[in-house]
Design a protein around this ligand. Structure first.
Ligand SMILES: Cc1cc2nc3c(=O)[nH]c(=O)nc-3n(C[C@H](O)[C@H](O)[C@H](O)COP(=O)(O)OP(=O)(O)OC[C@H]3O[C@@H](n4cnc5c(N)ncnc54)[C@H](O)[C@@H]3O)c2cc1C
Length: 353
């Protein structure tokens, strides 16, 4: 088995986040002896390379993963997300570990830094991998192409081969914490013009995109259309949707028609942006369940539902796209009425607009 390096950033609390623990599961599985039980310990093939202010707590967090060698590049400069420092740290860890395969979670930091590191090392990089396994004796990466329409399995001869693993594809590693030895790799702070002065982000309860949510709630353009009384009910639509998201802790998706409307500054669904768009030209999130409302279920939209396990839709039109084998359950009903009742049952009756 080829030697493996797993790269991970240490978070502000000193620990490793879920995407890093998922990548650790994938690395352990990949390096396990052929014939061993899935998840068996890897032994010395695996090195974990940590980058952050300090690595001791994170190393201890994964001590239960077995005889894993831990190296780290540490210091305040390496806690901040910045290409120059992330790339310098990753390059130093790759050279020190001498690994042929380098795995990392598809975080924004690694996605930005690792292609450049692969170039510096004369290696190759593949992004958005959904799995990695041994096939015919060599590592093979699974990923989707053409907006998630075709799944390919690919191998490469060039080394080091860097693979960025998408989140949500394998269970996160969990095990006992302990004490682990950390080998420190010294890296000079490279010349940099970038200073991180802070992070601006919406408050957690204002954030509508929640990758870890159990439910994806999709709103379509129907919410903004004239209803049976000949009027548009934008304010009520906004309140019904936001109340539901708050109580169900669901993630919010939108159809292209709806997010385009919001982008034009229409007075409806102000919280909807292009970041919420699901589909061929939008995103393809992973959630166990999905509920589509006031959305027609056309193919360019539904292609973004590929990784939603159980699909339900509410539409007034019994002949909408969802009725054609795209949803497990279609409620032919008025989404305003249904969501009013759902919110009432959830104990949060929404005010009428
Ligand atoms: C190249 C290309 C790429 C595209 N990429 C994407 C993409 O990434 N994502 C995407 O979403 N689309 C994409 N589209 C557009 C897609 O084809 C559709 O036009 C779009 O998804 C339609 O959005 P919608 O269903 O919300 O709106 P509409 O088609 O207007 O449907 C509104 C629905 O709401 C229902 N409705 C209205 N009132 C109610 C009510 N009270 N209760 C219940 N139901 C109600 C109506 O019956 C209707 O079915 C793409 C198109 C092209 C050509």
């Amino acid at each position: 088995m080829e030697s493996i390096l797993l790269l991970a950033h240490v978070e502000a609390d000193g620990k490793l986040a879920k995407p890093a623990l998922e990548a650790l599961s994938a690395a352990l599985e990949l390096g396990a002896d052929p014939g061993a039980e899935p998840g068996a310990e890897l032994g010395t093939h695996l090195t974990v390379g940590l980058v952050g202010a300090d690595a001791q707590v994170a190393a201890g967090q994964i001590a239960g993963a077995g005889a894993v060698r831990v190296m780290a590049v540490t210091g305040d400069a390496f806690a901040q997300p910045r290409y120059a420092t992330d790339a310098a740290a990753a390059e130093a860890l790759c050279r020190a570990a001498g690994a042929k395969l380098v795995l990392a979670p598809s975080t924004s930091r690694w996605s930005r830094a690792l292609p450049g590191v692969a170039f510096r090392l004369g290696g190759r990089v593949d992004t958005h991998a959904t799995g990695i396994a041994i096939l015919n004796g060599v590592p093979a990466v699974t990923r989707w192409f053409y907006r998630q329409r075709m799944e390919a399995v690919l191998t490469r001869q060039q080394r080091p081969w860097m693979v960025l693993l998408d989140a949500g594809c394998v269970p996160a590693w969990s095990g006992d914490a302990g004490v682990a030895a950390v080998e420190t790799i010294a890296v000079e702070m490279p010349p940099s013009r970038t200073e991180v002065t802070g992070i601006q982000a919406p408050k957690a309860d204002q954030q509508t995109i929640r990758p870890d949510a159990k439910l994806l709630f999709v709103a379509g353009a129907g919410w903004t259309k004239k209803q049976a009384d000949g009027k548009v009910h934008g304010a009520e639509a906004e309140s019904l949707i936001l109340n539901f998201l708050r109580t169900a802790k669901a993630s919010l998706g939108g159809s292209k028609s709806l997010v385009d409307l919001s982008g034009e500054g229409e007075a409806v669904l102000q919280f909807m942006t292009h970041m919420n768009q699901i589909g061929q030209t939008g995103s393809t999130p992973r959630h166990p369940k999905g509920l589509s409302t006031c959305c027609h279920g056309e193919e360019p939209h539904v292609v973004g539902w590929r990784f939603i396990t159980e699909r339900r839709a509410i539409n007034l039109d019994a002949n909408c796209g969802w009725a054609r084998g795209k949803a497990d359950v279609l409620y032919v009903a008025d989404a305003f009425e249904v969501m009013r009742e759902v919110n009432r049952l959830l104990g949060q009756e929404a005010p009428r607009g």
